[in-house]
Design a protein around this ligand. Structure first.
Ligand SMILES: [Zn+2]
Ligand SMILES: [Zn+2]
Length: 292
């Protein structure tokens, strides 16, 4: 079912043999993507995608518009979100799908998470000010898109731009990394809560791109948190990893998903869109769990 040709210069293709192209993981400019929902849908249609998951980081603000536009383009939108969670020293991403994105409780939880990130950024900046680095919150927030959530990368980039450090890494090593003078702990948002808020709004949760950070021990722990599935197909996954996560999902009754993680503007984005797709049978299984 999955074909790949990693050793040639050709595009790596992971797709089902039939013509329906299903990509469950893309971003718009509501988070850190480059394209509006409208432009993303247009581009996806050109790439032959028929079902498109939009999963912006910690926001659902593109979904209503996307669903309206998609009808005209003959594309089915899968409402999604990519939620950042913490487990011990790991930052994990969970993909939520098919939840009610107008659910009031869900939306107010997202607001709380955004506020927590703003407060953390302000605490980091206050600590920097105390060690005589006159960074301002305003200069950092300028780097953050309208709906994007502020984090340490924005602080690091601003510090480099304003000449307080030579490199992004230097900012973490000297100032804002763990144990450094301007370090502030993350807002604790454990996997159970991320998964729980999606479930409470009627949706299913998948662990995103597990090869980025996840040991087998952590996978086994996550099985106990109510996780519904794993993102098996992702541009960062090797053939061996795809085989491993497929087997792990099948053995542990987890659903499987996948997609291009298209942001627009990133290296290989255009090549990946339409190339990292999942089989319609995987979607059928997702929908049947959803309806049970
Ligand atoms: Zn991610
Ligand atoms: Zn993503």
């Amino acid at each position: 079912m999955i074909t790949s040709d990693r050793n040639s210069a050709d595009v790596v293709v992971r797709q089902s043999p039939n013509s329906a192209k299903i990509d469950f993981h893309t971003h718009t400019d509501s988070s850190d993507g480059a394209l509006s929902a409208k432009d993303l849908i247009e581009k996806a249609a050109q790439a032959g995608i028929t079902t498109l998951g939009i999963c912006d980081h910690d926001t659902v603000s593109s979904l209503a518009e996307a669903e309206i536009i998609s009808g005209e383009k003959g594309i089915k939108i899968v409402p999604g979100i990519e939620i950042t969670s913490r487990y011990k020293r790991f930052q994990l991403h969970f993909l939520g799908y098919y939840f009610d994105y107008t659910d009031k409780k869900f939306l107010s939880r997202l607001d709380e998470l955004r506020d927590a990130r703003i407060h953390r950024a302000k605490r980091i900046i206050a600590k920097l000010n105390r060690i005589k680095i006159p960074l301002t919150f305003e200069s950092v927030i300028e780097k953050v898109g309208e709906h994007d959530s502020v984090g340490r990368p924005h602080i690091a980039n601003t510090m480099v731009e304003e000449g307080y450090a030579q490199t992004y890494d230097e900012v973490f090593h000297k100032y804002i990394g763990i144990g450094r003078p301007a370090y502030e702990a993350n807002y604790p948002f454990p996997p159970e809560e991320a998964i729980g808020m999606v479930a409470a709004a009627g949706g299913l949760s998948f662990l995103a791109h597990p090869s980025h950070y996840v040991s087998e021990d952590l996978l086994h722990y996550l099985l106990k948190t109510g996780l519904d599935g794993i993102e098996v197909i992702h541009p960062s996954h090797s053939d061996e990893e795809i085989a491993f996560y497929t087997k792990f999902a099948d053995e542990n009754s987890l659903l499987k998903s996948g997609g291009s993680d298209f942001h627009g503007g990133l290296k290989n984005d255009d090549r990946n869109l339409g190339s990292y797709v999942i089989s319609p049978e995987w979607v059928d299984k997702i929908l049947s769990k959803l309806n049970n």
